[in-house]
Design a protein around this ligand. Structure first.
Ligand SMILES: [Ca+2]
Ligand SMILES: [Ca+2]
Ligand SMILES: [Ca+2]
Length: 305
């Protein structure tokens, strides 16, 4: 992480006096401040591969609506667990195209190396239409929903807001929410922790009617099916030997009468024979119809394992 926290800069930097002065200025801000920034995740637990939405809220701490016209928020996340994919403005007070919300690349702080940034730190910018304001309500107004994709299993991974951060050779960046020309930022909520669970493995499940479904092993058992193993596929259908209507492993003349009979049981309803009706599906369309006749003839002499 290239960000240096403001506190470490205060201790070590040659410009400590300047930073202290900045800190004093910042320390006076909560007195003027009216708006806190807060993470509120949409869901706390997701599975690998699923989207993660973390709402960024502006919350008035004065008991009344507080207008603002722009905001910028420095954030960090663990990019081995979460991949930032962008923002979602659904339900937010910032509404494009008149308002903007996002991670424009090439910012002067050197934070957004890409849009969206991929390295685990970035700065979000929100701008209200020129000349307009939006309100932060005491209950909280949604500025944006930061969207990630969950990459790997972990009991907890934080998404964090920082008051300030600095990249080497770049100006210090600050998290702000502006009322006119004043930064009225109050507090930042702590990290929003997201738990990422592992999706259970799935595989081909042969259901009692010889249909194939991709299910978990547990789901297959519950459906009365036979599980073919993790990662196995239903294409082609592993649950039947196409054309082998008597399930003896060979497609031959003995199967012809049963195949012809199968054409008279649409959907397999009422099929009276022990070998699955779907065995007549020789063209792989999950149905047994006249369309299978040519493919059935072509299967004559075929063996199945
Ligand atoms: Ca970055
Ligand atoms: Ca046969
Ligand atoms: Ca068919």
């Amino acid at each position: 992480m290239l960000f240096a926290s403001q506190r470490s800069a205060e201790r070590s930097g040659p410009a400590a006096g300047v930073v202290c002065a900045l800190l004093l200025v910042l320390a006076t801000l909560p007195a003027l401040a009216g708006i806190n920034l807060e993470w509120r995740p949409l869901t706390q637990t997701v599975n690998v591969g699923e989207p993660v939405g973390v709402g960024l809220f502006a919350v008035s701490d004065t008991g009344q609506n507080e207008p603002f016209n722009s905001a910028q928020v420095i954030m960090t996340w663990e990019n081995s667990f979460l991949q930032l994919t962008g923002v979602n403005q659904a339900g937010a007070v910032l509404q494009p195209p008149s308002d903007s919300s996002g991670f424009p690349a090439g910012d002067s702080f050197g934070s957004n190396e890409l849009n969206p940034p991929a390295d685990g730190d970035g700065i979000w910018f929100g701008f209200v239409e020129v000349g307009q304001t939006r309100n932060a309500t005491p209950a909280g107004s949604l500025l944006t929903t930061i969207m990630f994709t969950a990459l790997a299993n972990t009991p907890a991974t934080p998404v964090t807001m920082l008051y300030s951060a600095q990249k080497p050779g770049r100006p210090m960046a600050y998290t702000k929410i502006n009322q006119g020309t004043y930064n009225v930022l109050g507090t930042l909520s702590g990290p929003s922790i997201v738990t990422i669970g592992e999706l259970p493995p799935t595989g081909a499940c042969c259901l009692p009617n010889a249909e194939c479904a991709v299910l978990t092993s547990t789901g297959c058992d519950a459906a009365g099916g036979s599980y073919r193993g993790d990662g196995t596929s239903c294409e082609p259908n592993p649950c039947v030997c196409p054309g082998d209507m008597d399930c003896d492993g060979l497609v031959d003349f003995d199967d012809i009468n049963l195949f012809v009979a199968a054409l008279s049981y649409p959907g397999g309803v009422g099929w009276p024979f022990p070998c699955p009706w779907l065995s007549g599906d020789c063209n792989g369309d999950h149905d047994v119809t006249f369309d299978d006749i040519n493919a059935f003839v072509a299967r004559m002499g075929a063996y199945c394992d």
